[in-house]
Design a protein around this ligand. Sequence first.
Ligand code: MG
Length: 235
Amino acid sequence: MTVDEINKKNQELYGPRCVQCDLYQTWCRCDSYKEWYARFKNKKPIKKRMKYIEYRQNASRTLSDIKEMHKVESDELLTNLNLLHCIIGIMTEVQELREGLVFADETNMKEELGDMMWYIANYDNINNAEDEELPEILVSSERFDLKELNDCAELLLDMWKKKVFYNSSKHNRMIENTFALLKHNVVKFCNAAEWDLDVILATNIAKLKERYPEKFTTAGSDNRNLNSERKILEG
Ligand SMILES: [Mg+2]
């Protein structure tokens, strides 16, 4: 076998060689390898990614203005209503994620995870949570553990019910811990499926820009162009 033949064989087995480190794609860990690999393969441009801190800033743009909508005067009530909006939203997105799983619709599952992250990000925003990126979970062997997400969402809903409607502060610490666990579980879910959560976050913001070019409006919510949204989701 000639050197060229060996190189050709290796490229078939391990992908093209990185222009920076000269390793085959299988072993290359250069930051830019995805970009040149896409060029080499003449594929679609690499998908946009967004880290959580940047995502939080973008997510706040499309939060509905319930103060104006319902003339809420109490700041405490307004905060509680906004947080309840997020908690209810997390619960409903878990159910939509379940439907995506039943129909094995990967695009839809990623969409619902993005939607869930929107509520999580706005929950952090309303609480003025510190700027902190999402936890890194390097290894995860479980796949599609929806129960963990569902359990966190249900528990949060129950504790928030007691907090707002029974005026109880007994569960505040548990709410904090459960919310942190929920975030952890979303990251774990994506890792188990080998999905890039940063791409899911960027795609979610792109979808919301299509739905609400300026800011949230009831008309934009009621008249969604699902075809163009789906195109954005499919990339
Ligand atoms: Mg959804």
